[in-house]
Unconditional design. Structure first.
Length: 245
């Protein structure tokens, strides 16, 4: 009996890549997790869809032509390929991390994960409550980077610190007085870059738990948005590596 097609739910065992580009990246990185691929009856060979279909056949991944799948999973998008894949609980490794406390915007998280992949910071800790990493909106915003990162959820910052007591935590806060360039010059390894919610930032207690850091900017704005601040911090903490290459 065919498996039922349902809109994504947080407690579901599967998620979806919406579009050919994401599906190609999933096939390249984790083809064994794909359960089936839906192709729209209106699909043409744009974006190499025929090549994708042939690759799925070689890997014996079931291909289903179904307009219903697109009506349910991507009713408003210009999308002609959807892959269904099994979710896996992530486990981050020892080393440098990004830590996001209560992120709530799917698009922001996806954008940040793409930037993180670009700077080689692929172990991501997320403190609950938070947006679901496997939400297809997050996956889509990563533009394929979702399959290059390890994401693990923690119930509290204390739980995270117990797992990684050797990491030096740098909290990015408007209340901080220590500017980012000064911190980078004296950074200790391994490090964790800690960011708060898009709207509320980090609670004041993080100034006591971490080394508080500020990214200085003009007074014409209240603050940088989260993806921008995270991108600047990631670059500053890793630029020595890229400058050597």
């Amino acid at each position: 009996m065919a498996m039922k097609i349902q809109r994504y739910k947080h407690d579901a065992e599967v998620s979806y890549t919406l579009g050919a580009t994401l599906t190609f990246e999933l096939i390249k990185c984790a083809s064994g997790r794909i359960t089936r691929v839906f192709v729209s009856p209106e699909a043409r060979d744009e974006g190499g869809i025929h090549e994708l279909i042939e690759k799925c056949r070689q890997l014996r991944i079931p291909i289903i032509e179904s307009e219903k799948a697109f009506n349910i999973l991507s009713p408003k998008g210009n999308c002609f390929v959807i892959a269904e894949f099994r979710k896996e609980a992530g486990t981050i490794r020892q080393g440098n991390h990004l830590v996001f406390v209560n992120p709530s915007d799917a698009g922001n998280l996806g954008t940040i994960l793409r930037t993180a992949t670009g700077f080689g910071l692929t172990d991501i800790a997320i403190i609950r409550p938070a947006v679901d990493f496997y939400d297809p909106r997050v996956i889509r915003a990563t533009m394929g980077a979702a399959f290059h990162v390890n994401v693990e959820y923690f119930d509290s910052i204390e739980t995270y610190r117990e797992r990684f007591p050797d990491n030096r935590l740098y909290a990015f806060m408007l209340q901080a007085s220590r500017p980012l360039p000064e911190v980078v010059q004296s950074k200790e390894e391994p490090f964790s870059l800690v960011f708060g919610n898009e709207a509320t930032g980090l609670p004041d207690i993080y100034a006591e738990l971490c080394s508080a850091v500020i990214i200085k900017h003009s007074r014409d704005i209240d603050s940088l948005n989260l993806p921008m601040a995270a991108g600047i911090a990631m670059y500053e903490f890793t630029k020595e590596q890229w400058n050597r290459e």
